[in-house]
Design a binder for this molecule. Structure first.
Ligand code: CA
Length: 394
């Protein structure tokens, strides 16, 4: 689809985009956006075709959940999160009093979504959403998000030049979509603007408001790790299959620390993210509330686990079913530095494993006679460390 678009004569592409912007201008004004706002920020937009590539990208490598969690919930993010709990203690207490969501949960969402406000995404929102509103296969959806972005600017919440984000339009410290912003963002620092880009109090309160509106029960927690007896029938697993605690007790489920389950408490569902051989969890309604933030069980588990780490909890007791664990961001950066030292052109050692890093890893794996799956893993890091030590001592 993109190839076709690129093959079309460029003036036709430009004409089509400019006609589309003209139609969006009419719709924006109908929604109450001032003509001046549209003309200042959207009338001269040029499409960014790279967002269409993202829209249609098929993941080249599948990521095992232990790799995903190793980078999202590493010691660094837990340490940073505990510092943020301290720094924003007063605000978080007020947020909990107002929205009924505990500080560790709010800060865990913040840490996973934007690394505590440090990674907001760099793509200009109106360019990405304008492109997706006029081209590609989800134009209706993105048209709404584009118009909502204009509304945010028009209402004076966030200046247009501060509105950058992911290719798909998630932005700010909470990584809300513009429509989510209009529904759920709140002004908590009292300056009259809902600013999820430059105000941590607004971002923290908006996250709590999101979870509150999703049905968060502050006295229930998200769930906990459990152990299953041998021969456990896994057909009862699944996030939606909540059962009374008596049912789990009858099936021989215990807490992962070996203690018996308490018979009272809300119904919970059994989550087996890596099958029966990996860590198991009993999760309640709050897990689904977190899931509502991003519709991914791995994602919800990352936030849930990080919130426990922020409360002083440790790693899961049951290891992931792999002999080659995933790497923290520090481990990934070290791996990338070793790859660079071995002559691979992968850009900076920023801990983000992209296509170039995966290709370099696959080359090293092939040279080592291993499966070339492109994974940034513990064993590959150890192999490269050894080779680098051998090279240094030669
Ligand atoms: Ca504000």
């Amino acid at each position: 689809m993109l190839a076709l678009a690129l093959a079309a004569p460029l003036p036709a592409l430009a004409d089509g985009f400019s006609d589309c912007l003209d139609r969006l201008r009419v719709q924006a004004v109908k929604r109450g956006v001032s003509r001046a706002t549209f003309d200042a920020h959207a009338a001269e937009l040029q499409p960014d075709l790279s967002v269409l590539e993202q829209l249609d990208a098929q993941p080249e490598f599948s990521t095992p959940i232990w790799d995903y969690l190793a980078a999202l919930v590493d010691d660094e993010r837990a340490d940073d999160g505990r510092a943020m709990l301290e720094r924003w203690r007063d605000v978080l207490q007020k947020v909990e009093a107002r929205y009924g969501v505990d500080p560790a949960t709010v800060v865990a969402v913040w840490g996973v979504e934007s690394n505590y406000g440090r990674s907001l995404g760099k793509r200009p929102l109106l360019v990405s959403l304008g492109t997706l509103a006029c081209m590609g296969r989800r134009q209706d959806y993105f048209r709404g998000e584009f118009l909502d972005t204009l509304k945010i600017i028009d209402e004076g919440h966030i200046p247009a030049e501060r509105l950058t984000g992911s290719w798909a339009g998630a932005f700010g410290q909470t990584q809300f979509m513009p429509s989510t912003f209009l529904r759920l963002a709140v002004d908590f620092d009292g300056d009259g603007r809902r600013d999820l880009v430059d105000s941590a109090p607004d971002a923290l309160a908006s996250t709590a408001n999101f979870l509150n509106k999703g049905g968060w029960k502050n006295d229930e927690g998200w769930g906990f790790e459990v152990s299953l007896p041998p021969g456990f029938d896994t057909s009862v697993a699944g996030r939606r299959n909540r059962q009374p605690m008596s049912s789990w007790i009858a099936r021989g489920v215990t807490r992962a620390d070996g203690n018996a389950l308490a018979a009272n408490g809300p119904d919970r569902a059994l989550l087996l993210p890596a099958g029966v051989a990996g860590p198991a969890f009993l999760v309640g309604r709050n897990f689904n509330v977190i899931y509502g933030y991003n519709a991914s069980e791995s994602y919800a588990l990352a936030i849930a686990h990080l919130s426990d780490r922020l409360r002083g909890g440790g790693e899961f007791r049951t290891p992931w079913p792999t002999d080659d664990p995933g790497l923290s961001r520090a481990g990934r950066r070290e791996l990338q530095r070793l790859l660079i030292a071995r002559g691979h052109d992968i850009g900076e050692a920023d801990g983000a494993i992209g296509a170039k890093s995966r290709k370099a890893i696959a080359q090293e794996q092939t040279a080592l006679g291993r499966k070339a799956d492109g994974r940034a893993s513990q064993r590959l890091l150890e192999a490269l460390r050894e080779m680098s030590g051998a090279a240094a001592s030669e």
